[in-house]
Ligand binder design. Sequence first.
Ligand code: ATP
Ligand code: MG
Length: 286
Amino acid sequence: MMLLKLAIQKSGRLHDDSVKLLKECGIEISNNVKNQLKATASNFPLEVFFLRDDDIPQYVEDGVADIGFVGENVIYESKKNVTVTELLGFGKCRLSIAVGKNEPYPNVQCLESKKIATSYPVLLQKFLDENKVNAEIHEISGSVEIAPGIGLADAICDLVSSGSTLFMNGLQETEVILKSESALIKTPTLSGEKQRILDKLLFRIQTVKKAKNKKYVLMNAPNDKLEEIIKILPGMKSPTILPLAVEGWSSIHTVLSENDFWEHIEEIKTVGAEDILVLPIEKMVI
Ligand code: ATP
Ligand code: MG
């Protein structure tokens, strides 16, 4: 049987979320994946390879793997010939420039002739070129954040998520040069049969993604307040209204984005909604 070959990170920040996404798509791979090089799904035509994340774009370009889950930062730094097919919603971070917290940073021009330490020389050079700044790029493979403190560089260009690593090293973030999340990449040429497997996988991923920030919301409200409540909720075009056993009251059921829920919950309560329940949605096919 033809199997679609997927490369994911062996261990590190993307590993667990990659395995979790497959699971949410109903795809089962053996539990003990950490010590294996590859595993075959038991209920989907998929073979999973476990690799260093930096190697994934190369394997996918060469067709050793048909597709991969890897950070956009790694994809664009690698300059490999692969297609970004779908963003996956996890591994969110940004590639940023940072300088000492007391350094003045009026604008990007102040990087002129400075020494910048990074593991992302390609993306950094592109940013400097776009801004017509000449700076010296010092490529190092890890612990970039300590470079200014030990006198190795004037600034750094590194991945940031919460900013706590920068803070602990006395640095301030001054430019975001790339916003990144994990993406599904695809090899340049895929057989028709494999493309059909990929289409099935993509359908499942999109179904899971759509449900992710949506909630199923139920609440009770007096009948004379229904109209007002429905007006407040932006996502609530045609909610289901069911009569309660108690005369004059109804139950409102609807699907809302998590954001909309938090933004409007106080208002809904003030208008008169009670017993509000918020439930997760596992899958959403629309
Ligand atoms: P490997 O051993 O596979 O090469 P690694 O050490 O290069 O792993 P990790 O630190 O596990 O990589 O990070 C993998 C990816 O997670 C990054 O390339 C990036 O896309 C994403 N990521 C999300 N937040 C952060 C963060 N705060 N710092 C670093 N990477 C992050
Ligand atoms: Mg790596």
